[in-house]
Design a protein around this ligand. Structure first.
Ligand SMILES: [Ca+2]
Length: 316
């Protein structure tokens, strides 16, 4: 072999060695990891987007992908100012809790107007959180509520009531009108059971059109309890990210219209409140119901952390 040929062969061998070295280095390097928990949660949403789940107790839930939105409305003193809010992804019940579902977990049906597929009503806020904890326990999840104080552990992986921000974000589903189907109350009858079409009672869930996230009866049928204490000027001091309402209060927030309310009460931004009913003196209403939410498993407190935690009833 001549000198020139030896140089070519040596050059080729060198190139092959370098290429091999690069392959080995790439293979041994750790894979690129998402940097934060929120980014990994977003990845989980991307992986699971468009998926609906049916939980072990047979209740359908819809994944609500987190994001930002303009919360509130300028028409009422307690819904001003409109402000930017960001919420993390979560699962939400596709329907209002039905009497059948409530009875399955609680072995009781408090509804005044009976109907297995109709929303459970005559439930106070304190009843709703008892249901949340019982549903969590039935599925082996960590209950969110301290039933004595009503405090919520937002990192528990069990069921809880939506925050007011989560509820409005899910209702709006990326829309900006008074309703998720625009601002014309003339279209209400296709989407909502309200005073104008209810014939004086609630109706089986899921009979009207869903919102863009595939969630039913957000605007009407029964009003829905939220986790937050009510405060008339809370929006003036609300944090931007995952607001959870005032620390204290006397009444809890209710959202959405009901079979008994006028069209304007079904707006996305309209706020209501009532006594949470920690004492038996508080009478429940037959147009109050609720639905539950659950955080993504990746955002829940790790098992080991839970076991060592002594603050399971405290908000985080
Ligand atoms: Ca409703």
């Amino acid at each position: 072999m001549g000198t020139a040929n030896r140089k070519i062969v040596l050059g080729l061998l060198l190139l092959l060695s370098v290429a091999g070295l690069i392959v080995v280095i790439k293979a041994t390097l750790p894979r690129e990891q998402p940097e934060t928990l929120q980014e990994r949660a977003k990845q989980q949403v991307r992986d699971e987007l468009a998926k609906e789940i049916t939980t072990p107790t047979g209740i359908e839930m819809v994944l609500i992908p987190g994001g930002k939105f303009s919360m509130g409305g300028e028409a009422d003193i307690d819904s001003r100012p409109v402000h930017e809010v960001s919420v993390s992804s979560f699962y939400m019940d596709k329907y209002e809790l039905t009497q059948e579902m409530y009875e399955r977990i609680m072995a009781d049906n408090p509804a005044r107007r009976q109907g297995q597929k109709n929303p459970v009503e005559q439930v106070r806020w304190s009843d709703a959180i008892r249901f949340c904890n019982a549903r969590s326990a039935k599925e082996g999840l960590q209950p969110c509520y301290d039933l004595k104080t009503g405090e919520c552990d937002f990192r528990a992986d069990g069921y809880r009531l939506p925050t007011e921000a989560e509820w409005e974000y899910a209702y709006r589903a990326g829309t900006k009108g008074n309703y998720y189907f625009g601002s014309d109350p003339g279209n209400l009858k296709d989407h909502v059971w309200f005073k104008g079409n209810s014939r004086g009672r609630h109706h089986p869930v899921g009979q009207k059109r869903p919102n863009p996230y595939g969630v039913f009866d957000m605007a009407g049928n029964v009003r829905e309890w939220c986790n937050d204490w009510y405060q008339v000027d809370y929006y003036r001091q609300s944090p931007i990210t995952n607001p959870r309402g005032p620390v204290k209060g006397e009444k809890k927030v209710l959202r959405g219209g009901a079979w008994s309310t006028q069209a304007e009460s079904c707006c996305s931004w309209m706020r209501y409140c009532d006594d949470p009913g920690f004492t038996d003196a508080c009478i429940a209403s037959d147009d109050y119901g609720f639905r539950c939410v659950r955080i993504l498993s990746i955002l829940a407190r790790p098992e080991a952390d839970r076991r060592s935690s002594n603050t399971s009833g405290s908000p985080t």
